[in-house]
Structure formats: structure tokens, C-alpha cells
Design a binder for this molecule. Sequence first.
Ligand code: AMP
Length: 211
Amino acid sequence: MNIILFGAPGAGKGTQSALLIEKLGMYQVSTGDLFRAAIKNKTELGIKAQSYMDKGQLVPDSVVIGMVEEVLKSGVRDFILDGFPRTVPQAEALDELLNKLSISISKAIFLEVPKQELMGRLTGRRVCKNCGAVYHIVSKPSKLEDVCDSCGGQVVQRNDDKAEVIEARLKNYDEYTSPLKDYYTKSHKFVELDGNRATEIVFSDLKKVIS
Ligand code: AMP
């Protein structure tokens, strides 16, 4: 089964995707992670994306859609689209692409988390520079300060998790991503889950939705 997981930055898409990979063997297509990998490898795509990401802006639709097309064409199945689509034009382009590749999406699952909670999650979020493991300074600190429990890599704050950039990201979310709820309601794929609960409780509901 292929699904879309969407919601505001900090809603828990990455955390729930990690569980879907671990427990159900699904495959995550995270556009944010793909861009971060491209930036790390200093590719042309990474250089293009970084200037937008550092300001909390969305990378232009044409760039993102082209990147997702490459991944889906490679034959991945049982995938979670995490962070894509993020705009209605991206959703329309995705529908066209899925049609062309004869792939279907069963559910577009929205994780609802109040804004106040999102701010706390994002400002406290830390990530491992090496393996991408996610921590939080209060709710999930690494055992040794700034050292990843899994791989020993350096744990840092993402550039776009700084307070001033977060505001821009949340504003973009309201303007461009929030309308996706209507888009997927029309196609009867929309499911809303309360993401403001313990990780494992959200995951238990998520499993029910996709089983
Ligand atoms: P994320 O890891 O999903 O929070 O994404 C981090 C950043 O990558 C976003 O703030 C955007 O700048 C960029 N990005 C990721 N996915 C998309 C997308 N579907 N469309 C446009 N920009 C994106």
C-alpha cells in the first residue's frame, strides 16, 4: 500500500515514517531528506534547494516534482510520501505522475497538531548530522550531549529549525499545504489523525488506517 503522510512541520511525519519502515517494512520518500542529502553531497540540486530551505521557503514545484518522479520511476512500492505533495499544484502533478506510472495511493493521512505544540517540537528538535536520527532536547535527549546514541555522530539543530525560520515555514504551511486537506477530501483519500498524542498511540491508529 502506498500512502501520503502530511501535516505541518513538526507534526511527526518523520517519526511515524521511521516506525512504518521499522515495523511494516515500508519505504519512505521524504523530499526534505532527499534535499538534505543533496546539500550534504553538494550536488547541483542541493545548491539550488539550500537557498530556499535556509529561508524556510518552499523549493519550486518543478524542482521537487522532477525529483519525486525520478524516485517513483525507479520502481519503489509500499511507499510513504513524507513532505510531498506540499502544494495543490504538486498534488495535481503527483496524480498525473501516478496515472502515468499506474501506481495508486490509498490514503492521504493528515497529522493534526496545534501550533503552540509545533513551535516547542521544532525549536527543541535536534538531528544527527550523520545518520539523521531525531532527538528533542526535552522529550528525547541523546544520552550524551550532542552525540548520537545510534552512530556516535554529531547531534545538531537543523538550520531551518531556528525560531525565525520556523515562523516562515509555518506561514507557508498555512498558505500552501493546508489546502491539501480539501484536495484529498474530494478524492475520498483524506484521513485525519490527532498527532498531539504519544508517538506509539498515533502509530497504533496509523496502522489501523493502513491495514
Ligand atoms: P521537511 O524536512 O519536510 O521539513 O522539509 C525541509 C524543507 O525542504 C522545507 O522547508 C522546504 O524548504 C523543502 N521541501 C521539502 N519538501 C518540499 C516540497 N514538497 N515542496 C517544496 N519544498 C520542499
